[in-house]
Design a protein around this ligand. Structure first.
Ligand code: C2O
Length: 619
């Protein structure tokens, strides 16, 4: 505790020394910045439940797809064809046996599987553009729903007038689950194999060095690698569709392993990281972004916002990503063609608009989907109670939310979120990866505690995340019964403590990444993300398209200049506080935000992201 002089001497006081007036003052301070926001939020809460109907029927705003000349000529928007028949309600399949999705790195030499997988894609790609099962339309399904092409509707079919967006909220996991569910079904039907399963890119696996590499399946097979020379029934591996013409970062090919703490601005500095360093950082990252999230809100993201008071012209989404989504963004960023002037948006994977054009996208999401299952089965061991059960939201708004997809018969189906929550009921499961999972589940962050001099501390009073690390003051208090409202905790000791940056305004075209540390005002971009004080990372992937007017020279952005997302960003603090020895509820702390923005991307000239307030919250 010798390292915490600032708390003692300035605004942080231990509970024992708090007089009644001091306590009152403290409470008033805590409510100062955020109270107005909270009141407004409560007023804005709809009186009745408001599940969303996420449908591709009806008005569709064209989304520009023209980063390159090639696309400009070929395609102008990603709206989906209208259904040919009346949409029907999704029925859970009759499950005789579970289809098992297997890890991509274990399938590289399975000639029969790789050839089938590739053939399915070749056939999907050959379907005409008006067929919703075609690869083009599969990509467009993701593009249109991630780029606000459609309008939100209520279940009674009335439009809210706001754009529809399936990221940045609790819809992220169930919507992507069903996206790849139908994608997989379509692939299977095209090769007459109803048991076909997508492979999952098992990037969290640090046990097998090949698991975190771009899987061999998505790369050209070379004589020099482990190319199997089988000349049996199925012959040699043919995987042309799975890699040819895919836009991926040539510097991130095997044996490079996806660093889950990937920071484009530190790529040179970290180029010499040993495999062990990456491995350790990766375990730490999955531990923080999956294990450390106990509540549905922390892991799955916030409720879908249908009631925000925003101006459509300048604001595209209001939302809150969970740990799952933030973690998954890094793989997108790393696979895309970063810093290539011909592909200024980090195509394909690095921008939502194009991500679905790379087959690795669906395999990446299979792992995101797998981790959702793993997360639900994790023990709590984090809240003071220690026995909270991790589970999906059970709010009516969540369960009744509906999505539309095209199935393997090219028919539109309407799926309710409540039917998506158990993958076994959908007929599939994952090959267990118990040993690899347990590495990050049992990870221990480095024991190093931050040390700093009081004179180093500059607590910012403006609500801005600047280009340099910035520290903020967080006023803390104990949870009360009122904090239980809207959570799934059974008592206050089951609440997970967190810090929320509320209403951060993020330009929709900007890649944003920042790390958050507690009580580490001296943290810099070089600070190890695996030290005790680290509480996680926020990542935002762009979903627009930058227009290149002068290829190879200058990137000029001409559209959607003022579009930004308003996001709440939450970090779970219980474990880090424990590690730092903060055991009482009244010790105030500093929150240090370390930005890691993409150096040459859109928004690099933006001096700071502003937000409304920073506060403690229990979920
Ligand atoms: Cu819809 Cu990985 O994104």
């Amino acid at each position: 505790m010798g390292e915490r002089p600032m708390q003692k001497e300035s605004w942080g006081r231990s509970s024992a020394s708090l007089g009644v007036t001091a306590a009152v003052r403290k409470l008033l301070w805590a409510s100062f910045m955020c109270s107005i926001v909270l009141v407004l939020q409560n007023l804005a809460q709809p009186a009745t439940a408001d599940p969303v109907l996420a449908s591709s029927v009806g008005f569709c705003k064209p989304v520009r797809l023209e980063a390159t000349q090639e696309e400009k000529d070929r395609s102008v928007q990603c709206c989906l064809p209208a259904p040919r028949r009346t949409p029907k309600r999704f029925q859970l399949p009759r499950v005789h046996h579970l289809r098992v999705r297997r890890p991509a790195h274990e399938l590289a030499n399975d000639v029969e599987y790789v050839n089938k997988y590739n053939l399915a894609y070749e056939r999907m790609n050959a379907l005409p553009a008006d067929d919703p099962r075609s690869f083009l339309r599969q990509w467009h399904t993701h593009c249109s729903f991630c780029k606000e092409a459609y309008l939100q509707r209520r279940l009674n079919n009335s439009a809210t007038g706001y754009p529809l967006q399936l990221h940045y909220s609790w819809t992220f996991l169930p919507w992507h689950r069903m996206l790849i569910y139908f994608h997989e079904k379509i692939l299977g039907s095209l090769i007459d194999d109803p048991d076909f399963t997508l492979p999952f890119w098992n990037w969290d696996n640090q046990l097998d060095a090949t698991a975190g590499q771009i899987p061999q399946i998505f790369l050209p097979y070379q004589q020099s690698t482990r190319w199997p020379r089988q000349h049996g029934r199925h012959g040699k591996i043919r995987n042309t569709f799975l890699y040819e013409g895919k836009r991926r970062n040539p510097n991130h090919m095997p044996p490079k392993v996806l660093p889950l703490t990937f920071d484009a601005s530190l790529e040179k500095e970290r180029a010499n990281w040993t495999h062990d360093q990456i491995r350790h950082a990766n375990l730490g990252q999955v531990y923080e972004m999956v294990y450390n999230k106990v509540s549905a809100r922390e892991y799955m993201g916030g409720p879908y916002d249908t009631s925000s008071n925003f101006t459509e012209a300048v604001n595209v989404t209001v939302g809150e990503s969970g740990g799952s989504e933030s973690l998954h963004n890094t793989a997108h960023e790393w696979v895309g063609m970063l810093n290539n002037t011909a592909y200024p948006d980090n195509e394909d994977m690095g921008v939502f608009t194009y991500a679905g054009r790379d087959p690795i996208f669906y395999s990446h999401h299979a792992n995101v989907d797998r981790l959702w299952n793993v997360w639900k089965a994790l023990p709590d061991k984090i809240t003071p109670d220690g026995h909270r059960v991790r589970r999906d939201y059970d709010d009516y708004d969540f369960l009744e939310t509906e999505f539309t997809f095209y199935d393997e018969n090219a028919d539109m189906v309407i799926v309710k979120v409540k039917d998506t929550l158990d993958s076994r009921k959908l007929g599939y499961t994952y090959q267990p990866m118990v040993d690899a999972d347990s590495l990050w589940i049992n990870h221990k962050p480095n024991g190093t505690k931050p040390s700093y001099k009081r004179s180093d501390v500059r607590v910012s009073t403006s609500n801005a995340i600047a280009r340099r690390p910035t520290s903020f003051k967080l006023t803390r208090r104990a949870p009360t019964a009122a904090d239980l409202r809207g959570t799934q905790a059974l008592n206050v000791n089951q609440l997970s403590e967190g810090v929320v940056l509320e209403h951060v305004r993020v330009p929709e075209l900007m890649y944003v990444r920042f790390d958050v540390f507690l009580d580490s005002p001296a943290a810099t971009a070089e600070t190890d993300e695996d030290e005790s004080a680290y509480v996680g990372t926020f990542t935002h992937l762009p979903s627009g398209v930058t227009t290149v007017t002068d290829l190879g020279q200058k990137m000029v952005h001409v559209e959607d200049d003022d579009m930004y997302r308003t996001l709440n960003i939450r970090f779970s603090t219980s474990l880090a506080l424990k590690r730092l020895g903060v055991t009482d509820w009244n010790t105030d702390i500093t929150v240090t935000v370390v930005p890691r923005f993409r150096p040459h991307g859109y928004g690099w000239n933006i001096k700071a992201l502003t937000f409304d307030c920073l506060r403690q919250e229990f979920t």
